[in-house]
Unconditional design. Sequence first.
Length: 155
Amino acid sequence: MWQAVHLQVIIAQMAAEKPYSDDDLLAYLDEMLPADRMSAIETALRRDEALRLRVAAVARRRDQGVHSVGEIWRRLRLSCPTRNQLGSFLLGTLDPTWTEYIEFHLRSVGCRLCAANLDDLERSMKTTPEATDRRRRFFESSAGHLRDLSSGKRR
């Protein structure tokens, strides 16, 4: 019992001394921080045994079912825009307030999931010769089928 209490006191002291909050460490564990912040914590973990103990304690506490509102918010991605909103952002069709929010979310918050989603949408918007050819062949085959249907022919 003494060791558990003593360990909690040590962890509390470490938390007061370190620049990383428990929320930062939980976000690190969930890979939800911007890449530079993830790297900084990773570097600190390599050289700081006390920080490794603290991360283990934070993870253990979470795994036992102790959750903060912030953690639930992050885990369920309640502040993340939808894929449709990100697509509208790329097309420039969003309300200015939403545009500002998404820019803030991507640049200031540094949400890696939304950045990856946005990158995927950007790549899917680019037209390649293969995609153009595939669309043309699909349209031509569909147009022929629709022409037959409109004239009353059945295949």
